[in-house]
Design a protein around this ligand. Sequence first.
Ligand code: ARG
Length: 545
Amino acid sequence: MKQIKRELVSKLSEKLDVEVSISDIERPEPEHGDFAYPVMKAASELGENPRQLAEETAESFENHGFIDSVGVAGPGYLNFHLDRESFASQVLEVLETDSMGVEARDGSMLVEFSAPNLAKPMHIGHMRNNVIGDSLQRIMRFIGYEVTSENYIGDWGTKHGQVIYAFKKWGSQEEFDENPMDHMYDLYVKLHDEADEEDKEKAREWSKKIEEGDEEAVRLWEMFREATIEHNEKEYDRMGIEFDRVTGESVVADEAQEVIENGLEKGIFEEDYDGSIYVDFEDDKYPNTVVKRSDGSTLYLSRDVANIQKREEEGFDYNLYIVANEQDLHFQQLFEIAEMFGVEGIQNEHISYGMVHLQDGSISSSKGNIIRLSDLMDKAVDKAAEIEGRDVDNAEEVGLGAIRYANLSVSRSKDINFDWDDVLDFEGDSGPYLQYTNVRAKSILRETEKEGETVGTLEDEEYRLLKKLSEFPEKVEAAADQREPAKIANYLSDLSEEFNSFYHSCQVTGVEEKIEKRRVKLVETFVEVTDQGLELLGIEPLDEM
Ligand code: ARG
């Protein structure tokens, strides 16, 4: 627990008269103590014998509030044993507050995620994106940022003329009305498979028409846009994801043209011999890249530049993009260009993440070559319902929780091998395991008639659980500061394991009253911490399973 570490740090600094920082405090093996501090460095600064210095320092800690005893080991290690009862009451009290001991951060933060493209269903790539983005928006809100989450739809550019063209050539309004997403996607695939140069040229003309505001083009584009958003809305609903706003590349289309003009004026952009506009980065830091084509249309990148300026004007302190690592270079170039434009008031961050590989090829889309997000969700739920030997009541929540956990428990820079058996393993490091342990703790609370209370000295197994519980605030802080939900996911998994071994060796109900109360208190706190932790991952805590 940070507070205790902080107290130790200030005591040590005072006693030794050297600067001690929180990171100097170690967590030794439980049999050695709760916290340790090596005095060797301080001793060499002070020109003293480390062992002797350690012994003197240890003595001066006698009769100190929350410290029970201080041992000296090795060349100069101070091992602190806390007073279990006062440590426990402090930890449990802090975890009961609204902040749960998490140190608040402040500032306004834009969290952009999902950002699917027009006329295409979300696919496996969006699975990880959606759950990382959603978990981050939850974590950032919890820690105190003023968060605005945004879904920035890929609704502009040459691709969108293609859908219109394909719709005019092969589409039918009837089929569209019946199942808009399937129809739009069919058209997209068909155009891909069958289009020749002439088709492509005509498709480009439709893109131009959208940009010029042609009535029919705009009407169809809007129809496709609405249908895409509406379709995706159902999938977000199912996953429990909410956005504060839905925008799109189209929103900054005009500003992107201004960016080009300004960039040319300022000498940030250059014109090529064919009339296209590009950026040449100083010292070839990044490869040159085009920001406006010779036909006058702007690119994805130029719209992003316009968007950064806009977000800065809106007053956001932080601007987070949850986007796969395929786009690492794009964001490096984007942030570099933003800097050239003098954008400084906003901290831009690409929250990059690795690929998801499905071990089991059995889901493949019948049309096209994508694996749809909705099929993945169905499969997870079906599988959760069929888990052998379990009668899962909440298959929807368990299946989706399993997907969430599998995507969040691996640190985001790493690729994931998605294996259904692991993902749904009730005994293993999985979403269902977390939900199940949380449910089990709740059922203990239903069994007991006692109110929890911190009384008496904690036994070893109880104390181990308490110490794990005490780590919650620092894990949330680490997850927020590193933009890494895995910190919380992995912590909850360790904590659940600790809870299960506690439960295995400590009977909670039907024991001596004082012991029952104390154990009930631990179980209550475990429920609070895991309810909140699961919530931060977007996994639904259940009452029964
Ligand atoms: N729509 C893009 C895609 O599907 C992702 C957009 C990411 N966000 C951004 N501001 N560039 O690849």
